[in-house]
Design a protein around this ligand. Structure first.
Ligand SMILES: Cc1cc2nc3c(=O)[nH]c(=O)nc-3n(C[C@H](O)[C@H](O)[C@H](O)COP(=O)(O)O)c2cc1C
Length: 482
């Protein structure tokens, strides 16, 4: 009997080997043809999820009780709090969170917009965490459980950790599944604070040479899909993302927290969060980081679309609290959307609101599945130089329309009526400008509304171009009659 070591997933019958389960195909936006509820289910690296919402690594995935709660509430998947071989080396401090509120005076009633933490990875013994993963997979065999791991710069340590979290990925002929109880692994290359002296977390993610080497070690050992979690605290996030994918990772997650100092207490003159009078830079998350996360995800998605076409996946993270936040990430090309701080603020039930809001968005656009709009906004990013070029072209085109005919020799027989109209529009614009300046006249638009000159400009901005031209012609008529 032959014994094979393959990357297997307990949640899917099909992928017995570590095969990229999905595409990064060219963007296409398809409208729904059938009736019924929009379908939120996604398939990523061979893993099927009921919706794209995944608990991001952190306190919401820190033990059996909370992960079970996440499954019960309906999260598409759970990424557990990061574990390492020796939890005794992980020593947390309190306070370790600091929150920024929308109200400048910090009123506790105002919305939390930013969240800083100086929390380390899990301080719970690895064996305890592994037993809890096993228990969860036993109770929820068809749900997606992803382990998050981090180790020192040491090949043997990484291999031991992977072996232990996967337990065994051995599949025997004829494919009787014996092992792995985690569906995938996310590698924490991105924790911005704590343990850089041990070359852990962002210390690896910020150094492309180290990253390539460590990714190599991980990918020669792992038998389930591997996602590399990126730090945003780097000039060009596409570099580590590219290296991770080239080194064999099936996916990229982005972003982890952004290096931050929450503030200085102006009474005590000490930085916050303050531990025995001192502090250390932490990681920023929540609503405030969402625009930065969008930019980083967009950069990675563009790079993946250009350079990888082999089913590598992208998991977007950062400041998600609404279905619309998630829709934005998916429009940039994300397959899944992770939420960490949002759960700490709103609880596990948040997933129901996220799903309902995402479905509302899909209904508005007549999208029947996530694939219908994934990546649809990506082609509309370009360089600033290109924006200048496009705007110059557009202005020239508008000028050309206004200009009408330059000389009598340009009149044609076939286009005579249109040529005449183009001249009318031209004169109407001039008249419009004169009257705006005079500031005294009212205009009749379509013979119905009376519009003051100062309102006319905003009206013009709102109506479609075709009706603007019609309106201008009518303004001309009104003025001529007077
Ligand atoms: C308190 C706290 C602890 C976190 N711990 C981890 C961790 O152990 N491993 C990890 O990969 N990311 C960790 N993160 C980062 C989150 O998974 C996520 O990448 C980041 O917070 C941005 O997403 P968010 O705005 O939804 O929180 C932590 C975040 C917070 C707020």
């Amino acid at each position: 009997m032959e014994s094979l070591t393959l990357r297997a997933s307990p949640s899917t019958a099909a992928p017995l080997r570590r095969v990229p389960g999905r595409r990064h195909a060219a963007v296409s936006v398809r409208a729904s043809t059938g009736a019924g509820e929009p379908d939120l289910s996604v398939r990523v690296n061979g893993l099927k999820m009921p919706n794209p919402f995944v608990i991001g690594s952190g306190p919401p995935g820190t033990n059996y009780t909370v992960m079970k709660r996440a499954f019960d509430e309906g999260w598409g998947g759970v990424i557990a709090k990061t574990v390492s071989l020796d939890a005794e080396k992980v020593i947390n401090v309190t306070p370790r969170y600091a929150r920024l509120r929308a109200d400048p005076n910090g009123s506790t009633k105002s919305r939390i917009i930013g969240w800083q933490n100086i929390e380390l990875i899990s301080d719970r013994p690895l064996e305890t965490m592994l037993n809890e993963f096993k228990q969860l997979k036993k109770e929820y065999p068809d749900r997606i459980l992803i382990g998050s791991i981090m180790e020192e710069y040491n090949k043997a340590a990484w291999h031991e950790l992977i072996e232990r979290v996967e337990e065994s990925g051995v599949v025997t002929f004829p494919y009787v599944y014996l092992g792995a109880f985690l569906d995938a692994l996310e590698i924490n290359f991105s924790c911005p604070h704590g343990m850089p002296e041990r070359k852990m977390g962002a210390a690896v993610g910020q150094d492309c040479d180290l990253l390539e080497e460590v990714c190599g070690w991980i990918n020669e050992k792992a038998t389930v899909p591997v996602w590399a979690k990126m730090t945003p605290n780097i000039t060009d996030i596409t570099k580590p993302a590219r290296i991770s994918l080239k080194s064999g990772c099936e996916g990229v997650s982005a972003i982890n927290t952004i290096m931050s100092v929450m503030g200085i207490n102006l009474k005590t003159l000490r930085p916050e969060p303050c531990v025995e009078g001192y502090s250390t830079p932490g990681g920023y998350s929540a609503r405030a980081v969402h625009p930065i996360a969008l930019a980083k995800v967009m950069q990675i998605a563009r790079m993946m679309k250009e350079e990888f076409a082999d089913g590598q996946s992208l998991s977007a993270i950062g400041g998600v609290e609404t279905g619309n936040d998630a829709a934005e990430f998916i429009l940039l090309g994300a397959d899944t959307v992770q939420v960490c701080t949002g759960v700490m603020m709103h609880g596990y039930g948040l997933v129901k609101k996220l799903c309902a809001e995402l479905q509302d968005f899909m209904r508005q656009h007549n999208f029947s599945s996530i694939e219908d709009f994934r990546g649809a906004s990506l082609p509309y990013f370009t360089t600033h130089t290109d924006l200048v070029h496009r705007q110059r072209e557009a202005i020239n085109q508008r000028k050309a329309i206004r200009k009408g005919l330059e000389s009598d020799k340009d009149w044609t027989g076939d286009g005579f009526v249109k040529e005449t109209e183009s001249m009318e529009t031209c004169r109407a614009h001039k008249l419009f400008h004169v009257n705006i300046k005079s500031g005294s006249l009212g205009f009749g638009i379509s013979g119905l509304d009376l519009v003051k000159p100062r309102d006319f400009k905003s009206l013009l901005d709102r109506v479609p171009e075709q009706s603007v031209q019609t309106s201008i012609v009518q303004v001309l008529y009104f003025e001529t009659r007077k």
